[in-house]
Ligand binder design. Structure first.
Ligand code: DAK
Length: 257
């Protein structure tokens, strides 16, 4: 598959997607989202890949959905063509996805990053949901995910004023997992991905699914879900291998079974 708007590589057991629309600060157009989805499905179905990293350029992870593509759309065109329908595919991936964010991470760019499992940010990262300044509001989950990350007070502030939040504030607020120097960003994200990809894939996928349950359900129901998946892990050979290796003081060899 040849890609026009993204660069797709593998680094060991990690899939790496780099947004590649520098002239538009990686604004996310339909073509890019379609290509991203194709790359994600390829990585998801490739047994050699255990984790994916998505990144942009030093100046911009992504400055939002492509405003030039949206500006003249009518409601009926957008509705009939299912405009922007492909955006949430990333939230359905079962293998973990890490967003490595440098520079602008705005609007749909931030919404996409929040669909990932970890956000690793460079000190230069700037986050905002500036849709209000365009006469719209966030439409790819931003009004729902941002308060779950950073609480209602800060989410309201960002969504209603459209202001930018720097990396330090984003880390304090709980939006990002780690903040690193700009020249360490990709290495840090790839190292985290490599670590995740070294574990049993089905166990990692179940852990991801279970943490995500916490966002969607009550504590009691989430804990029941966790217990069910936890007990099911004793039916895997990777659980036997992991524990046998610990007791024998050797490195485990997981077979994703
Ligand atoms: N779309 C299209 N082009 C963009 C863009 C964008 N979001 N952001 C930047 N560009 C383009 C600029 O137009 C400019 O192009 P030329 O003029 O050179 O042709 C080029 O990138 C460089 O930008 P600037 O000259 O503006 O660069 P500056 O450094 O001066 O400013 C900036 C950088 C990021 C502060 C500024 O470009 C900016 O404010 N950009 C717009 C940010 C924004 O408003 N983002 C939110 C867009 S709305 C949904 C899915 C997604 C969405 C909604 C629904 N569904 C699933 C239903 C998402 C909506 C959005 O994201």
């Amino acid at each position: 598959m040849s890609y026009q708007t993204i660069i797709v590589e593998t680094r060991g057991k990690t899939g790496l997607v780099t947004f590649n629309r520098p002239q538009a600060l990686n604004a996310l157009n339909e073509a890019l989202i379609a290509e991203l989805n194709t790359a994600l499905v390829d990585f998801e179905t490739n047994p050699e890949i255990g984790c994916t990293v998505i990144t942009g350029s030093e100046k911009a992870f992504a400055a939002g959905a492509d405003v030039k593509e949206m500006a003249e759309k009518t409601y009926i065109e957008a509705y009939l063509a299912r405009f922007l329908d492909g955006w949430t595919r990333i939230a359905d991936t079962r293998k973990p996805v890490i967003a490595a964010v440098s520079g602008f991470c705005l609007g749909g760019g931030l919404e996409l990053a929040m669909m990932c499992d970890l956000i690793v940010a460079s000190e230069t990262a700037r986050f905002a949901l500036p849709e209000i300044t365009l006469g719209i509001m966030p439409g790819a989950g931003g009004t729902q995910r941002l308060p779950r990350f950073i609480g209602k007070a800060k989410a309201m502030d960002l969504i209603l004023t459209g202001r930018m939040m720097d990396a330090a504030e984003a880390e304090r607020a709980g939006l990002v997992s780690r903040v690193v120097a700009p020249d360490k960003l990709l290495a840090e994200a790839l190292a985290a991905a490599d670590k995740i990809a070294s574990y049993s894939q089905p166990i990692v996928m179940m852990a991801k699914e279970t943490v995500n349950r916490a966002q969607e359900t009550s504590l009691a129901e989430g804990a029941r879900f966790e217990r069910r998946l936890f007990l099911s892990m004793f039916a895997t050979t990777d659980q036997k291998e992991g524990m046998d290796a610990f007791i024998a003081k050797r490195k485990p060899v997981f077979r994703n079974r």
